[in-house]
Ligand binder design. Structure first.
Ligand code: GLA
Length: 378
């Protein structure tokens, strides 16, 4: 990918810039907990967005996306926002850096990626993090703290892309470390690295290829439900909520909001249980919790779809240790914890059964936990 980017940059702009990358992410457990100030447990993966960037001495950004095959130019003032959705991610990152009192000047950039789009692997966070990291290096002598880079990506989603997301994706993309998952407390923003090398198991993603776009999905509505329940309970977020509190307030909460909150309260605890189980090497418990999460996301949070429920059922039939929807939902992937000895058979069966039912094969990715945002070369 780097060679291709360098070649196209040379053709378009002449000469060369520095190359940066940032990663997509998986999340072992802790879904829809980030914006409820709970815990998440993600890691960066070996699928990236990569960009070659060079300051151009003007106040214009000149940007070429290889994958979309589109060129866009924009200025750095608020009113210069481009109309192309993909370019707004980069524009938003520039604006959010400027709003925080740091520097961004004009630059030329060419980028490409291999994070599958709409699969729940956070291609947009990878794009934001790649540019946030690069612009920090090129214009700010890396003075912006790492976590702030993640917040810059998150504000980009809120203010320029219409998704009221939590911090998980951008955090994982920026802070990811090879071989490690990270448990982030989304209230204190403290995090811990957990070496992740499950002996005898593999993490496998099965991509339904049902497209999900959080912007047009009820993602923002889910968040509103949670905020309504928290405020009904007199709490700043669902972080402090317990099942007892929820039961006590049940009569004053809509059936729908009640189910959303029930999922979130259960999920908060599952992240902690999974961390404990992992430290003991107890993968059976990890897997059991993953199935519980799927059930909750499907029945209470209602962010699943027929195809994802089918993938989960097949995993169960095949004796897979753990399986669940990953990411925001409404399509995308399941994440599966599969014994090495079952891996090949599971991949074969799930591919065949899914294709027989839905007329197209799912995509399968073995997960490799990798580094997050970084400079690739000068
Ligand atoms: C999307 C959002 C994240 C998080 C997940 C669900 O990926 O961007 O902030 O809320 O959904 O866990």
């Amino acid at each position: 990918m780097e060679d291709k980017i360098r070649k196209i940059f040379e053709e378009r702009f002449g000469g060369k810039g520095a190359v940066y990358a940032s990663a997509g992410r998986i999340n072992l457990i802790g879904e829809h907990t980030d914006y409820n100030e709970g815990y998440v447990f993600p890691g960066a993966i070996d699928k990236v967005i990569m960009a070659e960037i060079r300051p151009n001495g003007t106040d214009k950004v000149r940007l070429f996306s290889i994958d979309i095959n589109e060129y866009v130019e924009f200025g750095l003032k608020e009113e210069d926002a481009p109309k192309e959705g993909w370019a707004r991610y980069v524009f938003g990152v520039c604006r959010e850096i400027l709003k925080r009192g740091f520097e961004v000047h004009g630059f030329d950039a060419v980028f490409a990626g291999n994070v599958p789009l709409g699969a729940g692997l956070s291609s947009s966070a990878a794009l934001e993090s790649c540019f946030a990291f690069a612009l920090n290096d090129l214009f700010n002598q890396n003075k912006i703290p790492q976590f702030e880079l993640a917040l810059i990506g998150q504000s980009t989603e809120h203010n320029y892309c219409g998704v009221n997301c939590g911090i998980m994706d951008q955090f994982a993309s920026v802070c990811g470390k090879k071989g490690n998952l990270m448990r982030l407390d989304c209230r204190s923003l403290e995090y811990e690295y957990f070496p992740f090398n499950p002996q005898g198991y593999k993490l496998v993603l099965v991509d339904s290829r049902v497209k999900h776009e959080l912007k047009d999905s009820p993602y923002n509505k889910r968040r509103e439900s949670c905020e309504r329940v928290a405020s009904r309970l007199g709490l700043p977020s669902l972080r402090e909520a317990t099942m007892e509190m929820l039961e006590a307030a049940k009569a004053d909460i809509s059936e729908e909001d009640y189910k959303r909150a029930r999922f979130v309260i259960g999920e908060k605890q599952r992240v902690l249980d999974v961390c404990d189980a992992l430290e003991k090497g107890d993968y059976e418990t990890v897997g059991k919790k993953m199935y519980e999460t799927h059930h909750g996301l499907s029945k209470d949070y209602e962010v699943s779809c027929e195809e994802l429920d089918f993938l989960n059922d097949v995993a169960k039939e095949e004796g897979v240790t753990g399986s669940r929807i990953m990411g925001g939902g409404f399509g995308g992937c399941t994440i599966n914890l599969v014994k090495d000895s079952l891996h090949d058979k599971f991949v074969k069966e799930v591919t065949e059964k899914f294709a027989a039912k839905y007329g197209h094969e799912p995509k399968i990715y073995d997960v490799v936990i990798s580094d997050g945002a970084r400079k690739v070369s000068e």
